[in-house]
Design a protein around this ligand. Sequence first.
Ligand code: UD1
Length: 434
Amino acid sequence: MSNSGPLRGSVSTGGSKNAVLPLLAATLLTDETCVLDGVPDLKDVEVMCRLLRSFGAEVEQDAAGRRIAVTAGRIATCEAPPDLAKAMRASVVAMGPLLARCGEATIPLPGGCAIGDRPIDLHVKGFLALGADVEILTDESGAGCVRATAGRPAGTEMYLDFASVGATENIMMAAVLTPGTTVIENPAQEPEIVDLANFLNKMGARIRGAGTDAIRIEGVQALHGAEHSVIPDRIEAATFMLAAAITRGDVLVENMLPNHVVPVIAKLRECGVRIREEDAGLRVDGTAGGFRATDIKTLPYPGFPTDIQPQFMAFLATANGPSNIVETVFENRFLHIEELNRMGAGILAEGRRAIVRGGAHLHGAAVRATDLRAGAALVLAGLVADGETTVADVYHIDRGYEDLVGKLEGLGADIRRMKNGGPQDSVDRRVFAE
Ligand code: UD1
């Protein structure tokens, strides 16, 4: 029988991946020690720590890896190693701090065409507006890198054509040490931007308006060390909410901020999932089942997050009736559809729109995580599919989920990580009939 494993119990969300990466980059802005608490144990965090070390920073972690102290006493080089920069797009947020602190920064771009598929034009526009000189360099193999040098730094007013998260972070970090006042109009308003501004202000920066439609930064001469706790991961929290909903379970998600996931709560409620705030967290009760379809359009915060679109799509495949999903943030974020369809999801992609037939009876299959959130969507689908699902390439999941398998197991999921006896790096899931 399908849908036979309702998850039950409570699960705790870790620190936010998307908050901690720019926070770590921000530690390059001072020669004093900065301490971050509540750091999640993730591959991307490991890559960012290696990147900081490559610039000459000392990075110390406690045994559990939750607390990281960074001292960038001396910056030995302002050039990021290509292997690290290519491993993680977020490496680009080291540019703003390096430019501000050392007057130069060079970051290799992800392979292929210089700024083709994964543009950083808004970051570059911001640096140029702050008086930097920026060159895009390409070697014979076609690999590109972007080099910024300080030129004549001066605060200015600028408008972002799109509220890019990374560009807002990079410009904020470059502007904190830039003389004069910088105003960013149409910045990203994500909670991670607010967390970064709070940390920078603890370091002595003067930033106002983070989380609104304009950020104002008064440049200061130097920043000092600070301590900060990372905010909880709203995407991980939302993934657990969907795990409860898709399995028709009843789960208390702890250590999360419900006001960071307002659209996810609203859309789940629209489908008929019961959600209520309790002292310890957010209770997501999907035991009534019989869920309705809904339409979703991803948007910059406070709109529906693109990072939860694949997981919500997996859920909607099991709801009654057709749903429309429009992805407006990323051009090519439907790679999970083919994999979900292998499990019988019945989803049609047309450009940036996906039509989910609904009412799917998912069956187990050998599928592949094409990226981080796609991997999470496949795990969720596997939780309600008949038979066995094997998700390959789970290194994508490790980038952004701390012990996803262990946490789902704690809620009663039948899931295990395959070390031996199966393809390396795979999550194996069996659903037993009721
Ligand atoms: C961040 C998040 C990522 C999330 C995304 C959107 C981190 C580490 N990652 O990524 O999980 O999915 O926000 O919420 O925080 N763009 C340009 N030019 C630019 C920059 C971006 O055209 O200079 C485009 C991108 O191609 C994309 C869109 O803007 O289509 C959103 O990108 P952006 O907000 O910058 O995302 P990231 O900061 O890369």
